[in-house]
Design a binder for this molecule. Sequence first.
Ligand code: SF4
Length: 475
Amino acid sequence: MISKHRVIRLWRRWLATMVLAAALIGFGLQTTERGEDPRPPKYLADPAHQVPCLLDASEGAGCDIGFTAAHGLTEDPTWRGEGHGLLGRSPPAPAPFGLAVDARNDPVLSDAAGAALLRRARTQEPDAHRLDLRPGAEHSVVERRDARGRYRGLYLDNVELESRVRGFAGPIELGVYVDEQGRIRKLVHLDSRETPSYLRQLADAGFYARFSRLPVDRAEHRVDAVSGATLTSRALAAGLTELVAVAEDPLGDYLEASPRGFAVVARLSNAWIGHALLLLGLFVLAWQGRGALSGADWRLHGLLAIGVLGLLLNDAFTYVTLMQPLFGVTLSAFATLYLVLVLLGAIWDDNTYCRRICPFGQAQRWVARWDRGSRLNRWPLSNRRMRQLRRLLTLVLIVGILAGFEHWRGFELFPDLFGFDAGSPWFLLALFLVLRVGAWIPMLWCRLLCPTGEALDTLASLMRPGRDKNISCNK
Ligand code: SF4
């Protein structure tokens, strides 16, 4: 006969599985709806500080009326009435008024913004061309000219735009050099809060070069995303699409035709299928019935997880992946599979990811096993207290991210550890944490600091009434 506790557990697990399925279907449908109009609306930077001005027909007294048509907020300021002559004189002309912005009160078009744009263009100009600023009605561009003064293309960037595109840790500032034939000469990353190892991974994989020679036309183009940095790859492609859409007017003056409809999509190449099979294999092995694998088998499984997810893919599951759909970020097929496996492992198997898969956790386990001699005899925090602190930290991070502190998403050392960038302080910190701190206090990151572990342990605990164990501290 099935015990009451077992029935409750089963009910909870099935319910959680159905909620997961419904959420996936819901986000899938939402994505389809969003896909109907991929062109983003135009945003000018910092609209709250644009100063309204009174339109006046008299020269120099108010806004520059040459710009009013672009903003469409006023009537024709030269209108003087119908002029019916029965009274012998025209009625007084209505004073045209409205809100408008021009080069004097729009930060995007200010001299300072123009000078900064020119400076950014100079930093990575690929052909040592001369650069001249060309202010526009809504968006400035930089013209590229060779030594003989011949037009050689343009530079523009999204620094002054209020971008809707988000990478792993917020918006990404990018610039693009276009040649005289309207093809992309070079895409450059300017600034972002993305994890440095992801950015280096993109550069090492030649991701930016994949944009080279793409025509800025009306077509949708495709580039291969870099697996392990999929979100950043997709955000860069989407950021370029957005930039071209926003700068459509000045670009149209230089190109043969308006680039309306231009888009670049970064998709995973077919290699992702092989990676997905490896990931699936790791989970299926971990879901063998208890006793099916010996201790040595499990250690081998841990090494396999480090090899595949750490060294080969450098692709960690993090709590941020769970939050991405809330920010309108769509997940790739690989990331969705990863998410489903991790959540099913938490719902049905007491958090498989932390116990068997996560390479960061596995690396700490190996160090704790092999360097028992360095272990501290006394550590002031009990498991229970560490769990409380970890929960508090996770809550603060989630609330902070939802409140707009997007760079808090980068609270994650996994990619830095497996990024192997000896010049990065984050790599050195991750290494110190695993090799030394992990030997002094086993699994300290997992037990005290990891928000992903907290999210998954909480979900696993909810499936088992009366059990609130810190699963990820399991050595
Ligand atoms: S607690 Fe964090 S670092 Fe540790 S195993 Fe879980 S996800 Fe990995």
